[in-house]
Design a protein around this ligand. Structure first.
Ligand SMILES: [Zn+2]
Ligand SMILES: [Zn+2]
Length: 183
């Protein structure tokens, strides 16, 4: 009898050879089945191509690959990075969202600036700094902020402190320029 395990995504028991190989994990394979991995990769690639289609709007180079985006989809496990909702018919297809919006400059098409977002969060955030968005939706006090900061730090290879300071600066600059415009 061949050894079986349960896929953490589809919850189906499958033979071990239907799981992706992973040298880092104990049993030599991960707990996500190949079929789920493929589905996740396909979603990621599609999101990457949609982002690339819109890219010419801003003269900013694309510094990410579809393989990196597939890695992002792994990290998020099919959930919106901002509100943690799972993708479903109700939420619609998730897209890549720029944490620092391209419309405000100093933003990059880079994994460290990309989040997977549901439609609702995407439109509510708009061009706001992520700190302002979290503040308005009562998300600062939960786990959302530490997750976001750790995420950016990991993919931009910077310290948590640097990332936190940058997000605070972003919010301050945003409100200063709006105040100026209002005068
Ligand atoms: Zn599965
Ligand atoms: Zn969301």
């Amino acid at each position: 009898m061949s050894e079986k395990r349960t896929c953490r995504r589809c919850k189906v028991d499958k033979p071990v050879n239907q799981f992706e190989k992973d040298k880092r994990s104990k049993g030599g394979s991960t707990n996500r089945c190949l079929k789920c991995k493929q589905a996740s990769n396909n979603k990621a690639y599609k999101a990457f191509y949609r982002m690339r289609e819109l890219a010419p709007k801003y003269p900013i180079p694309i510094e990410t690959t579809k393989e990196e985006v597939a890695q992002l989809f792994d990290v998020f496990d099919n959930r919106c990075g901002y509100c943690n909702v799972e993708e479903s018919e109700e939420t619609g297809t998730f897209n890549l969202e720029h944490i620092r919006p391209l419309s405000r400059g100093k933003a990059r098409h880079h994994v460290s600036n990309l989040f997977i977002s549901c439609k609702s969060c995407n439109s509510r955030k708009g061009d706001k700094p992520v700190l302002t968005f979290y503040r308005e939706h009562g998300k600062l006090e939960y786990d959302y902020m530490p997750f976001l900061v750790k995420y950016i730090a990991r993919f931009s290879k910077r310290s948590i402190k640097d990332v936190e300071a940058e997000l605070v600066d972003e919010e301050r600059d945003y409100h200063e320029s709006r105040d100026k415009a209002a005068v």
